[in-house]
Design a protein around this ligand. Structure first.
Ligand code: SF4
Length: 215
């Protein structure tokens, strides 16, 4: 039997330099994303180490806490205007970063999301378009790997959903079977097999996320 570990807010920041401290395990052990945001792990200077370990849907989920969504500042603050002199834009963007990004609780998630989406047009995550472009080039290999892992996670999720739907479909079929004992036994066997397949996929997902331990 597997038991789910209780989700705790993190009490200390990960040390990306130590071999024993896997950031992936750290992120997995923090439980709901909300606790990660509430504990300030995506707005700190080294928050990008944590953001890099999140999947893109989690990064998007974190954005519901962003200053851009909750305070709705003028979007024009984040983009250089047509014909605006560079000196004016540099001054304006420094003020935007100071007024908005520096107090945003998900600044690191915002920057990581921009990099994965290749969005370098305006200010994202407190970074100027030039800095975003530089990081896109410097971190290309890491970003390609993160995007491949995003795709893999999405495929795995689709497989879990399909397996759960198959159990439901077969259960409905079983309930609709009347009379014939052989048919009911066959349907029951199919349900058992589909349930086993669904549970295997769910257990594998929980193990990979560090959510379960073998009893
Ligand atoms: S980090 Fe800056 S650009 Fe990103 S959501 Fe926060 S305020 Fe907006």
């Amino acid at each position: 039997m597997n038991t789910m570990m209780a989700a705790h807010p993190p009490t200390s920041r990960p040390n990306p330099g130590s071999a024993e401290a896997s950031i992936a395990q750290f992120v997995a052990s923090t439980g709901p994303l909300d606790s990660l945001v509430a504990s300030g792990f995506l707005d700190r200077q080294d928050g990008h180490y944590v953001a890099q370990e999140l999947r893109t849907p989690q990064l998007r989920q974190a954005m519901k806490y962003s200053v851009c969504l909750t305070a709705e500042p003028d979007i024009g603050h984040f983009y250089q205007e047509d014909g605006e002199p560079d000196t004016d834009w540099r001054r304006r963007r420094a003020q935007t970063v100071r007024d908005h990004c520096s107090v945003c609780p998900v600044r690191a998630a915002c920057a990581e999301l921009a990099l994965r989406e290749g969005d370098t047009v305006g200010i994202r995550g407190g970074l100027s378009p030039e800095k975003l472009k530089r990081r896109l080039v410097m971190e290309r290999d890491r970003l390609d790997q993160a995007l491949a892992e995003d795709q893999h996670a999405a495929q795995q999720q689709q497989a879990r959903i399909a397996a759960a739907r198959e159990v439901q479909r077969l259960a409905g079929q079983y309930l609709g079977t009347s009379g014939k004992r052989e048919k009911r036994l066959e349907n029951m066997e199919n349900i058992r097999e589909a349930t086993r397949r669904r549970d295997e996929l769910v257990a594998a997902h929980r193990r990979s996320a560090g959510w379960t331990v073998a009893a």
